[in-house]
Design a protein around this ligand. Structure first.
Ligand SMILES: CC(=O)SCCNC(=O)CCNC(=O)[C@H](O)C(C)(C)COP(=O)(O)OP(=O)(O)OC[C@H]1O[C@@H](n2cnc3c(N)ncnc32)[C@H](O)[C@@H]1OP(=O)(O)O
Ligand SMILES: N[C@@H](CO)C(=O)O
Length: 260
């Protein structure tokens, strides 16, 4: 537990340019105080001293403004910067090297018991004031922008911003935002519709399909005109446009072989 705490404190230097010395970090970082409390409270929870664990987590909240349920599972080198207003629910699972800022909630949307809080994989960053609500997974190294409200799974290495949260970057590449209609169409076409950087633009896809069809029709029409010209040397396309249904005689079998 002590080496884990040492790693927690060391991670502050990697992720906060304002951190200057161990003494300063130990004295002034509520996020550090909260994680020290939590490492201990989680042990109490696991030893089935649940009431004591919850009471101690409330003491920590009183000191730090950060509320971490003692049942929450938190990996190595967890860093809460500033911290005031952070709430982490009972069934939240947090991987290694995760960073959260003040005002973040890792919360639930259901009153059912069981898994109801999110899982944050390794390296996730959750910006100030963001709310991550529900029992889904935020993939490795994903970033959640400050004040976002996220209620759906987030792919690995994605950046999600806004309300409702939407993926704007994946692996550093810009993701074109899709309308609800485009997402529906994409689903019908068999593409994953949420936050996939390589997902094709379905509107462009539909326009291309129409143009391909038009091109094929033009070619067919040209071939038909060629055949008609062979049948009648004086044939002009303008005359063909003016023709009515009754002007067409049934096609002879020998002509049919030439068409198509
Ligand atoms: C005192 C203190 O400093 S407390 C610390 C407070 N700091 C935080 O909470 C940090 C949280 N970090 C963020 O919000 C960052 O902006 C991140 C993590 C989202 C940046 O992630 P990146 O993958 O680097 O994305 P990037 O900065 O390129 O932004 C992507 C797009 O989202 C927009 N964007 C970024 N953050 C947000 C946000 N919180 N809300 C809405 N849009 C946002 C950007 O303007 C950009 O738009 P564009 O594509 O039209 O240019
Ligand atoms: N502590 C971080 C965010 O406030 C910094 O100083 O940049």
């Amino acid at each position: 537990m002590f080496s884990q705490l040492k790693d927690d404190i060391k991670s502050v230097f990697d992720r906060d340019p304002a951190a200057r010395s161990w003494v300063e970090v130990l004295l002034n970082y509520p996020g550090v105080h909260a994680i020290i409390f939590h490492r201990f409270n989680h042990k109490l929870w696991q030893w089935n001293l649940k009431t004591l664990a919850r009471w101690s987590s409330q003491v920590a909240r009183w000191f730090t403004g950060i509320e971490i349920h003692p049942g929450a599972t938190i990996g190595k080198r967890f860093f809460i910067d500033h911290g005031m207003g952070v709430v982490i629910g009972e069934t939240a699972i947090i991987g290694d090297d995760v960073t959260v800022y003040q005002g973040v909630t890792l919360g639930g949307t259901s009153w059912e018991k069981g898994k109801r809080h999110p899982t944050l994989e390794d390296g996730v960053i959750v910006g100030a004031g963001a709310k991550v609500l529900g029992p889904f997974t935020v993939g490795k190294n994903a970033r959640i922008g400050s004040n976002a409200v996220v209620t759906k799974a987030v792919p690995e290495s994605a950046t999600v911003v806004g309300i409702p949260g939407r993926v704007v970057r994946q692996n550093g590449k810009k993701v074109v935002p899709f309308s609800d209609q485009q997402q529906e169409l994409a689903k019908k076409m068999g593409f994953d519709a949420y936050g996939v950087a390589d997902m094709p633009d379905v509107t462009a896809h539909a326009i291309k399909a129409l143009l391909d069809h038009q091109h094929a029709q033009d070619e067919r029409m040209e071939r038909m005109c060629g055949v008609l010209k062979q049948l009648d040397k004086n044939f002009k396309i303008e005359d063909a446009v003016a023709l009515k249904d009754e002007d067409f005689a049934p096609i002879e079998e020998s002509d049919q072989q030439n068409i198509g």
